[in-house]
Design a protein around this ligand. Structure first.
Ligand code: PMP
Length: 407
């Protein structure tokens, strides 16, 4: 059994300790963003109170201190994903930003008319729309791996989609809408066998499963800090050095240049080539603290606790008549997405909110996936390390209340 003291951990998250509509808050919207522990909040305060300064260009004390903290965060992230080189870690504003960066630089430079890009039915809109925009501009063709009734990718169909024309494969590591953990290593190997380049959207994976970009041999891996107990507005693009070196820059501006004249500008080395302008310094600095916080708890302990919660919630919710869980993959993170006969998800969300329970309702930025299951949306409860079985009991009671009120 896991060894975490959840009551102790809850005290690290001040936001959890409040009444919502007169009831103790139950926060089950962790897949949208999880809450921040005190050490992360303190890191932000310490930065702004102690050494706020613009980085890299300054020679004064504060600028050097800020630069050192900023670059220390890059090393911490390198270690977190097990990248070979620190230059392979590019700071972005989030997962969405990272995918757009790759589509707009790698995609526009290297993908041509008739080239095929493969995604899946369970992608977040942020891993669909940038590729559609690229296809429209470059004349590429988008292909989609289907999912089965359990919410798992159908790999035999993927195999059939792979051809010598496949140039890029972009797949979500863990589905935000269903919780499915995809077999990304297999997906990457199959793509590489036809010479395609692969991006993995790790937005939902980083706080739940171990990430090792070298073991995966992925070409790109993107994620957001705010889904791993870190701040909003900060994300990471990992890319293999050789690919990043060959890619043109994304945004033009300060910091990403070597020399500027009106006749010709030369660009900086990676990672700075992709980091134009003043970055999100405070949040980059604080993400290191978030990684340390998770490491202190132990990622395998976090995963074990969340797995307990998932099993408990799945069992309890399955007993509610007329409730159907969408997404029953064998390999899942702690996300339970469900529909209830004759009751709209929005009504469920509003009633639960009155009871102090925060869930997400709707399409979860995965409209094609909802269409695949012939539903408009779901109610989604997603659990983090600080959640408890008592809170799941409150959700179950709340859903009985919903049924009574709506029938
Ligand atoms: N992909 C997945 C699977 C996600 O869950 C999310 C966030 N909901 C994103 C991409 C986009 O992340 P962000 O909004 O932080 O850019």
């Amino acid at each position: 059994d896991h060894t975490l003291d959840i009551e102790q951990i809850r005290r690290d998250f001040p936001v959890l300790d409040q009444l919502v509509n007169g009831k103790p808050l139950v926060y089950f919207d962790n897949a949208a963003t999880n809450q921040k522990p005190l050490p992360v909040i303190d890191a932000l305060t310490r930065y702004y109170e102690g050494y706020n300064a613009n980085i890299h260009r300054g020679i004064h004390y504060l600028a050097e201190k800020a630069t050192a903290a900023f670059e220390a965060s890059r090393r911490a992230i390198q270690q977190f994903v097990n990248a070979r080189h620190w230059e392979e870690i590019i700071f972005t504003y989030g997962t969405t930003d990272g995918i757009n960066l790759v589509a707009q630089t790698y995609g526009r430079r290297f993908l041509n008319e008739g080239d095929e890009i493969i995604i899946t039915t369970m992608e977040h809109h942020s891993n669909i729309v940038p590729w559609q925009m690229l296809c429209e501009e470059r004349g590429c063709i988008l292909k989609v791996i289907p999912v089965d009734d359990n919410g798992e990718l159908i790999l035999e169909e993927y195999e059939k989609l792979l051809t010598p024309r496949t140039k890029f494969v972009s797949v979500v590591h863990v589905s935000n809408a269903l919780g499915t953990i995809n077999p990304v290593k297999t997906i990457i190997d199959m793509a590489h066998a036809v010479g395609a380049v692969v991006l993995i959207d790790g937005a939902q994976a980083t706080s739940h499963v171990d990430i090792d970009v070298q073991a995966l041999d992925t070409d790109f891996y993107v994620f957001s800090a705010h889904k791993l107990y870190g701040p909003t507005g900060m994300g990471v693009l990992y890319g293999k050095k050789a690919l990043l070196d060959d890619m043109p820059p994304y945004r033009g501006g300060g910091e990403m240049i070597k020399e500027v004249t009106f006749e010709k500008t030369t660009y900086n080395e990676i990672p700075y080539k992709f980091e134009a302008g003043t970055p999100n310094i405070a949040d980059v600095v604080a993400v290191k603290t978030a990684l340390e916080y998770m490491a202190t708890l132990g990622k395998e302990n976090i995963a074990a606790h969340e797995h307990d919660l998932l099993q408990y919630a799945t069992a309890q919710l399955s007993e509610i008549e007329g409730l159907r869980i969408i997404g029953q993959a064998k390999n899942k993170i702690s996300v339970v997405s469900f529909v209830m006969d004759g009751i709209h998800h929005q009504d469920i969300g509003v009633i639960l909110d009155q009871l102090g329970i925060a869930v997400r309702t709707g399409h979860h930025c995965t409209q094609p996936l909802m269409r695949r299951f012939n539903i408009a949306g779901t109610t989604r409860a997603s659990f983090a390390v600080y959640n408890t079985k008592d809170e799941i009991d409150r959700l179950v009671q709340g859903l009985h209340r919903v049924k009574k009120m709506m029938s």
